[in-house]
Design a protein around this ligand. Structure first.
Ligand code: ATP
Ligand code: MG
Ligand code: FE
Length: 341
């Protein structure tokens, strides 16, 4: 069985063909970083237009490379949210047209479900349930993943996502967009103990994350002129690591033991964070899984894979399914002051 996946929720246009035996038959990712760089962030109109221009040739390239036609696909799966609505609609409408033309079932995939299940694409041994740290450009959540479609949110951020904090730190240090990889690189030559920075909510009895205060402290450290940029980057990264491990320890205390700790989302590409989480897992006698770097940041293989997972359960969507700018993975989660989804 083979699933065609389409991703267009932010600034990556991506197409992939993934088989239910976990082979990625072909994939393409076109990043729009160059288009958005002059603005220091993603411009929704530019993103939507770029997706519209690139999607058709990318679909053709992926089908050609895999030697697969639309008629061979069992499902067409597209991100239907959450994300920038213009871009999401370009991908979803394209998927609907392909589904209609080829009489193939459609699946409207939650982008966060793509991230949440991506570790299982790379690791066939990873079983449910697992404790997931989902850290990306728009989200910072701890979820108990009990099965496909069964996500229990244990914590979220009350202000900024961690990827956002990385991007803002990069901006403050003049490193450009997207900031995560640049901050990580600069941090390698800095001292993580050099700059005193806060660990917001660490030790708190509530479960959530907060990164806005950390970002402001980075700005003050830079403006003080007392510290080198590499030391600021390294100290910021260390503060982020300390917040993540503190909040995960808190979650583990609450829910007791889970066999595996898993990290996913763009920030999961960070090596210092991966190493710290691996240590935390081993301290708690848990297994640890992180997807390969290329599956952490946005891609369509994770969307096609979520389609493969749902195909086993026979979960399809009607052709009039709507795009959703906001779409929480756990609709039952209690609302949190200041939090997005
Ligand atoms: P969401 O998935 O929440 O909708 P998104 O799709 O924009 O948001 P992703 O593509 O999953 O986010 O992740 C992008 C984010 O990951 C950016 O904020 C980027 O700075 C961050 N990131 C990427 N690589 C690294 C890294 N090596 N270290 C830290 N952060 C990183
Ligand atoms: Mg992106
Ligand atoms: Fe993402």
């Amino acid at each position: 069985r083979i699933v065609l996946g389409i991703e267009s929720s932010c600034d990556e246009t991506a197409v992939a063909l993934v088989a239910s035996d976990r082979t990625i038959r072909a994939q393409r990712i076109a990043s729009q970083h160059a288009e958005h760089a002059p603005y220091g962030g993603v411009v929704p109109e530019i993103a939507a237009r770029a997706h519209a221009e690139r999607l058709a040739p990318m679909l053709e390239a992926v089908m050609d490379e895999a030697g697969v036609s639309l008629a061979d696909c069992d499902v067409i799966a597209a991100t239907a949210g959450p994300g920038l609505i213009g871009g999401v609609m370009v991908g979803l409408v394209t998927a609907k047209a392909l589904a209609m033309a080829s009489d193939t079932p459609l699946m409207a995939i939650n982008h966060l479900e793509g991230h949440a299940l991506s570790p299982r694409l790379a690791d066939p041994e990873l079983e449910f349930p697992y404790l997931l740290l989902l850290v990306s450009g728009g989200h910072c959540q701890i979820l108990l993943v009990e099965g496909v479609g069964r996500y229990r949110r244990l914590a979220t951020t009350i202000d900024d996502a961690l990827g956002e904090a990385f991007d803002k730190t990069a901006k403050i240090l003049g490193l450009g967009y997207p900031g995560g990889p640049a901050v990580e690189k600069l941090a390698q030559s800095g001292d993580p103990r050099a700059v005193p920075l806060p660990r917001p909510l660490a030790g708190s009895s509530e479960p959530h994350f907060s990164f806005a205060g950390l970002k402001s402290a980075v700005l003050r450290a830079k403006e003080s002129g007392a510290h080198g940029d590499a030391d600021i980057a390294a100290s910021f990264q260390q503060a982020a690591v300390d917040c993540l491990t503190d909040r995960l320890s808190h979650a583990l205390k609450r829910i007791g033991s889970v066999p595996n700790l898993v990290v996913a989302g763009g920030v999961a590409a960070n090596r210092t964070i991966r190493t710290a989480l691996e240590r935390l897992a081993s301290d708690h006698a848990m297994g640890f899984t992180a997807p390969p770097m290329a599956l952490c940041t946005d891609n369509a293989a994770m969307i096609a894979w979520a389609g493969c997972e749902r195909l086993r359960l026979g979960q399809f969507d009607p052709l009039d399914v709507s795009a959703r700018p906001r779409w929480p993975l756990d609709p039952d989660a209690a609302p949190v002051r200041g939090a997005g989804v």
